[in-house]
Design a protein around this ligand. Structure first.
Ligand code: ATP
Ligand code: MG
Length: 291
């Protein structure tokens, strides 16, 4: 057994992520891997035994370039095909078509206008991360919503329009993290589209309030099914997803709804999964790197 090289991919503004993955680097090193970070786009990623997409959070304005780089890296997790599907939030509609309950979503491609919901609503870019470009509007707003939609369209991105799920203000969203297809840990993310939210100094993500939570069996079952459906869409075995995070909110009636299924570069909340979660991921990564 050699010492495989495993690289975690970050971006120029966060070349070593936001700190949450330090424990993963340590776990990889303890398993005998040569582990380090790489900025996405760097050609040296092609030589690694495995590259793991982690803090690549600036790709939204350069998605084609990002996906080209993903395709150029022979050993990438999750891989380029997964990233291609998952970096465009219209994947939610694929999930819905296969029976997963999603936050009700209407798509407005550039040039398309929509009827604004008669409830409070959210407009967010189809390609986006870190809450950037997501905005919340009161019922009956039209001018500001028109302007925001036009601004997103002017950037060449489509937009999703969703009713604001007010349960998020009270309970946040539950993140269910899977490693190599198996449930690892859960945590809760507080509401982000609230007064007083601010961007991290990198400018790449809204700072988040995270808390531990024991997710209900219903939410765990829901997240588990969502992962199966994603594997089905991509004709993969769910164990081939090195990592996945399913973000679940509740409707007003209490039904679980999919807000996001993050297969590209989700924060995995190692602060909540702890060393055990990092060890699990490191072990799976090492196996892939040595295969
Ligand atoms: N329909 C909604 N109802 C309530 N809150 C919402 C809704 N859509 C988005 N939000 C809030 O905005 C945040 C960002 O939205 P979302 O997670 O869909 O996009 P994102 O930019 O990909 O986020 P990230 O990459 O940080 O997870 C959510 O974490 C949530 O707090
Ligand atoms: Mg999110």
């Amino acid at each position: 057994m050699g010492s495989p090289t495993v690289l975690l991919a970050g971006c120029a503004a966060l070349p070593r992520g936001d700190g949450d993955e330090d424990v993963l680097l340590a776990a990889l090193a303890d398993l005998g891997c040569t582990a380090d970070w790489v900025v996405w786009g760097e050609p040296r990623a092609r030589e690694a035994d495995l590259v793991i997409l982690r803090a690549t959070w600036d790709y939204d304005s350069r998605r084609d370039e990002f996906l080209d780089w993903c395709e150029s890296v022979p050993r990438l997790r999750n891989d380029a095909a997964v990233a291609r599907w998952n970096t465009d939030k219209t994947y939610l509609l694929d999930m819905q078509a296969r029976g997963v309950a999603i936050v009700p979503t209407v798509l407005a491609e550039p040039g398309e206008q929509v009827e604004w919901p008669d409830t409070e609503f959210v407009i967010k870019p189809t390609v986006g991360a870190g809450s950037r470009g997501a905005q919340r509007f009161p019922a009956g707003t039209t001018r500001h919503a028109d302007e925001h939609l036009a601004a997103l369209h002017a950037r060449g991105t489509g937009a999703l329009i969703q009713p604001y799920q007010s349960t998020v203000d009270r309970h946040g969203e539950t993140a269910v993290v899977f490693i190599a297809g198996e449930l690892s840990h859960t945590y809760v993310k507080g509401p982000l589209l609230v007064p007083g939210s601010w961007l991290d100094s990198s400018g790449l993500f809204a700072t988040e309030t995270l808390m531990p939570v024991e997710a209900s069996p219903e939410v765990l079952r829901f997240a588990d099914k969502a992962l199966d459906v994603a594997a089905d869409v991509l004709s993969m075995d769910r164990a081939e997803f090195l990592y996945a995070r399913v973000d679940v909110v509740r409707s007003d009636a209490g039904e679980p709804l999919l807000l996001e299924l993050e297969l590209t570069e989700p924060s995995l909340g190692f602060a909540f999964g702890g060393r055990q979660a990092a060890d699990r991921l490191a072990k799976a990564a090492r196996e892939i790197a040595l295969s």
